[in-house]
Design a protein. Structure first.
Length: 484
């Protein structure tokens, strides 16, 4: 630990508001975690978990033991390696031990932190139903026990598998009502088989899956899950990735696969929630998208509005082939010499008047009920919060009301990512975040929103008692108190 207060601690001492970390990470002690899996599902379940190809250590080690030639032959995506800091022993121990983190919080410049899983995230992707559900239950029990007594400065996050809405609701209720956990993380999508491939190519079907983004085009109705989140006062965090999907399939370069993968996954979920009408049907629902930064969100917000302006139901009349005056076009063609013979003119006429089918889903915006561009503020800006890491130079774009359509300010929250490879020194997180103010890229008010006001609105906006018993309780209450 530092012999004198860190620069982050000095910055925090000068701030007139608390600093809330909305996305730190616990690094699980796997031997202890396995004990919980065995308690929940038995020794055989713990063994099955260790042997599962999706378990972090097992999968990564298998890939890393292959040669480039072998990976090229099977086109196996290059995975990450060395994902926990090791040079700083104190930081490594801190990522495992809530008591040590609690002791160091002031030196980190943090008042409160919400801690997400590391290995626990793999519980969300296990295809075997029984194993997935047992591992999720074990993880949630593990962190509820591990963090007991540290609620003044931190809270852990439950993992909620979403392969079916019933599964998700059952674990959500258990985590919140039985274990007393206050935050949850869900995946952005679930890999599903494609029915036609299962029928016609059963052997290849496992390799030809499609991504179910839950809120649009799913064979399941996830509305009961969103309603359960509202009822239980939970603002879920979505944590997804797209490594190994589409273009992110380099067999040699992990950085190529990793850059932008969380942003792409988050974008798919945010689009589905808006276009699928979830934020319209559940006006008090809110959530966060983690580890993807803000650039994708600024672009998506602008693109949603731009597409609606050109492709809303009324605007599509300008594109409807039935509205084309083919005779007028042909007259212009004759006048400008485009039709050189009667046969060519006849071919052009047939081309202009050819039958163009009308899709059965004509209005892409029917489910979200957009009537004017400003509606996107309530459906996108209000309910969504975006986890941004401290050293991301793009963070200031969230508050750029001159560039964001209709003067919007998107709601970013500090995601320290402590415990993971991209934070080699935990004491430098707040210091790096504050550089945006020192360099003039972010105003003090925007920084306050980033590290305090927005995290409060995210968590306490869903659950007004979220910060009860914490050292930021009075600050949160003042922020949310009605004006006047």
């Amino acid at each position: 630990m530092t012999a004198s207060p860190s620069r982050s601690a000095a910055i925090r001492a000068k701030l007139p508001h608390p600093v809330i970390d909305a996305d730190g990470h616990l690094v699980e002690l796997t031997p202890v975690y396995l004990e919980y899996i065995a308690k929940v599902g038995g020794a055989d379940m713990a063994r099955r978990y260790q042997e599962s190809p999706l378990v972090k250590g097992s999968y990564h080690q298998q890939v890393l033991r292959t040669t480039l030639a072998q990976r090229r032959d099977s086109w196996t995506t290059m995975t990450s390696w060395w994902f926990n800091p090791t040079k700083n022993a104190v930081d490594r121990a801190t990522s495992h031990l809530p008591a040590l983190l609690n002791q160091r919080m002031d030196d980190l410049g943090l008042d409160f932190t919400v801690l997400y899983p590391s290995e626990g995230l793999y519980a969300l992707s296990i295809p075997d139903d029984g194993l997935r559900q047992a591992v999720a239950r074990a993880y949630n029990t593990y962190v509820a026990d591990l963090f007991c007594g540290f609620g003044a400065r931190m809270t852990p996050t439950a993992v909620i598998p979403v392969h079916t809405p019933q599964e998700a609701i059952a674990e959500l209720r258990y985590a919140v009502q039985t274990l007393g956990l206050k935050t949850v993380v869900m995946p952005c999508h679930v890999a599903r088989p494609v029915p036609k491939h299962v029928r016609e190519h059963p052997g290849a079907a496992p390799l030809l899956t499609r991504w179910d983004v839950l809120a649009l085009d799913s064979e399941y109705d996830y509305d009961p899950l969103w309603q359960a989140c509202v009822d239980l006062k939970i603002a879920p965090g979505f944590h997804g990735g797209s490594q190994g999907v589409g273009f992110r399939r380099s067999v040699s370069n992990f950085s190529y696969n990793h850059i932008g993968n969380a942003a792409a996954s988050n974008e798919s979920m945010a689009k589905a929630l808006v276009l699928g009408g979830v934020t319209r049907r559940f006006p008090t629902f809110q959530c966060s998208f983690l580890e993807g930064g803000i650039n994708w969100a600024c672009g998506l917000y602008a693109d949603l509005i731009g597409h609606w302006e050109k492709r809303n139901a009324a605007a599509l009349e300008a594109l409807d082939p039935r509205n084309l005056d083919a005779a007028a076009v042909l007259r212009l063609f004759r006048h400008h010499g485009a039709a050189s013979s009667p046969a060519q003119e006849q071919a052009i006429r047939a081309y202009l008047t050819r039958d163009m089918p009308r899709p059965d889903t004509y209005d892409d915006y029917a489910l979200c009920g957009i009537s004017q561009p400003s509606d996107f503020h309530d459906l996108f800006v209000r309910p969504f919060f975006f986890g941004c890491e401290a050293d991301d130079p793009m963070n200031a774009h969230a508050a750029d009301s001159r560039a964001n359509p209709h003067g919007a300010t998107l709601q970013i929250v500090l995601g320290s990512d402590i415990g993971h490879w991209d934070v080699p020194d935990m004491t430098q997180v707040l210091e790096e975040a504050y550089e945006a103010v020192e360099h003039g890229a972010m105003t003090p008010d925007a920084f306050r929103d980033f590290v305090f006001a927005n995290p409060v609105r995210l968590f306490a906006g869903a659950n007004p008692r979220f910060f009860d018993g914490s050292i930021v309780e009075s600050h949160a209450r003042r922020l949310l108190a009605p004006a006047g």
